[in-house]
Design a protein around this ligand. Sequence first.
Ligand SMILES: Cc1cc2nc3c(=O)[nH]c(=O)nc-3n(C[C@H](O)[C@H](O)[C@H](O)COP(=O)(O)OP(=O)(O)OC[C@H]3O[C@@H](n4cnc5c(N)ncnc54)[C@H](O)[C@@H]3O)c2cc1C
Length: 613
Amino acid sequence: MSLPVRKFDAVVVGAGGSGMRAALELARGNLKVAVVSKVFPTRSHTVAAQGGIAAPLANSGDDNWHWHMYDTVKGSGFLGDQDAIEYMCRHAIEAVVELEHMGMPFDRLENGKIYQRPFGGHTQNYGSSKMALRACAAADRTGHAMLHTLYQQNVRANTRFFVEWMALDLVRDSRDGTVLGVTALEMETGEVYILQAKATILATGGAGRIYWATTNAMINTGDGLGMVARAGLPLEDMEFWQFHPTGVAGAGVLITEGVRGEGGYLVNARGERFMERYDPNLKDLATRDVVSRAITTEIKDGRGCGPERDHVLLKLDHLGPDVIKQRLPGIREIAIKFANVDPIRDPIPVVPTVHYQMGGIPTNYRGQVVTPEGNNPEAIVPGVYAIGECACVSVHGANRLGTNSLLDLLVFGKAAGGQVIEDLSYLPKAHRELPKEAADRPLARLARLAVSKQGERVSEVSAALRKTMQAHCGVFRFPDLLAEGVAKVTEICERARHLHIDDRSKVFNTARVEALEVQNLVETAIATVVSAEARKESRGAQARIDFPDRDDKNWLKHTLWYKEDNRLAYKPVHVRPLSVEPFKPKDPESQADAWDAEAADPARTAALLLGSS
Ligand SMILES: Cc1cc2nc3c(=O)[nH]c(=O)nc-3n(C[C@H](O)[C@H](O)[C@H](O)COP(=O)(O)OP(=O)(O)OC[C@H]3O[C@@H](n4cnc5c(N)ncnc54)[C@H](O)[C@@H]3O)c2cc1C
């Protein structure tokens, strides 16, 4: 069946912070760019980001990119690729200043500079107990401000938006695997198109909807991951999911770490500030994996609050009404709406809730998608790029530091845009001919939905998936639960192949969209649970009861999951940065001290920072 074809230099799938930053780079480079989004751009999930964006501007205390790099490597459980981390941290100041010049309404200090607050895991002087004030914030609505700023710049640069379009699958040339664009469904009409492009950038965001309790929006269904998996490419480090320590109990809505950055703290049923026991150094501003596990342990050991003893409390009334109203107005609104408490007077009931995927589509730090080929663990897949939360660069490794995601969107969005401009300059002007089978796979999926007379209900399959993931692959991971989880999710994947919807209309058929989304959720979930079951160690967000220690000897490597036969492979971590000395993984307990002793020498630090931007 032949489909209508629209041709572009580049197609960006996703209009969140990463997609819009890349699109802006491309449009400014005079390329013909299409941005496809399931929702209006400024409704993309980036809009929900609250606390801030990391950049060592040193506006309120000493800071530099090398300290930031150290925190990011250490926070990642040493699984982050150090070349990519150096790239991100070195470009952070530039990224934020560019955003400021685009009109981003950051909060200001009295001297007019950008306001910065502390955030978990961001320290001064290579992990000292002194926090770095590194998170640049627009109150507690930083993502909202950022997304609107980027959208306005894109409108100005004539980026073409396809709003309420859903990309379905990659189009690949079977001769050499080059990606030639995507198939996409226009929701308003139900028509399917091929959006042909010399470069396709996936920026589809996270997939937190695979879990029952999540801070993620309904649209975060891992579509980019599903597309890549169905195209035969691997997904990287999918076992690592960040549980944010402070979701509103019962609702999952996020209470930003910025609250603790402003001085809020956690207490248990006895009124104890329990974080002092788990991380005496950083306390409530320890990294998210540490705080999430601490809360879960407090609840498990019977020190939870409320009639069910199933949450802890986040106290901020001592900050006073002025600070809360000025710096945390959105949080106050969320607490009143979702927890029925006004934080000016009462603490907020919180529990860990799924928040962020560290894994994703394997890329290098220029945004190019990579896959093992022969002896090369990272051969570039021509024509396709991935950025933002759907990508695994990997700068976050086993655990992301708060405020490093918004930074990653900007830095790698711009880098991918630049790489596309360069790559396209070597290609002929004309587009390649499309293969005959270009749209076969998605059309077959749509045809099955169109003719099914009976089958599985989308809502039931999706609920079964989310509950299974929550129970079998949560904050703490148990060997028997993981093994059962693999079996259960495999069964749910099979059910997802036989979905049935009653609504057969073409126009705005949201039932069909949800069915297609579930088919992406199951790919993400099976990749997660299979990868988690196989990794026999604890590192960052993967906390195994049976293997409680980090095992660098056997597991300092990235997982690659392939859809075909649920196969796993592994590839090395990039332990060499671009220009500075590596931060070497040592015994987890002694790591901070080992590095501190080496690097605390100011002359050495100054030498490392020479030529930094
Ligand atoms: C509540 C909350 C608060 C956060 N706060 C912070 C913070 O303070 N600092 C920080 O650094 N990080 C924060 N994060 C993380 C950060 O916001 C996200 O990781 C980041 O915004 C993701 O951006 P993105 O560009 O990758 O994707 P998104 O912003 O999620 O955008 C994805 C886009 O892809 C589109 N899309 C998806 N599938 C398809 C498809 N099949 N076809 C077409 N379009 C598609 C969507 O329509 C959307 O436009 C927070 C996250 C949450 C959930």
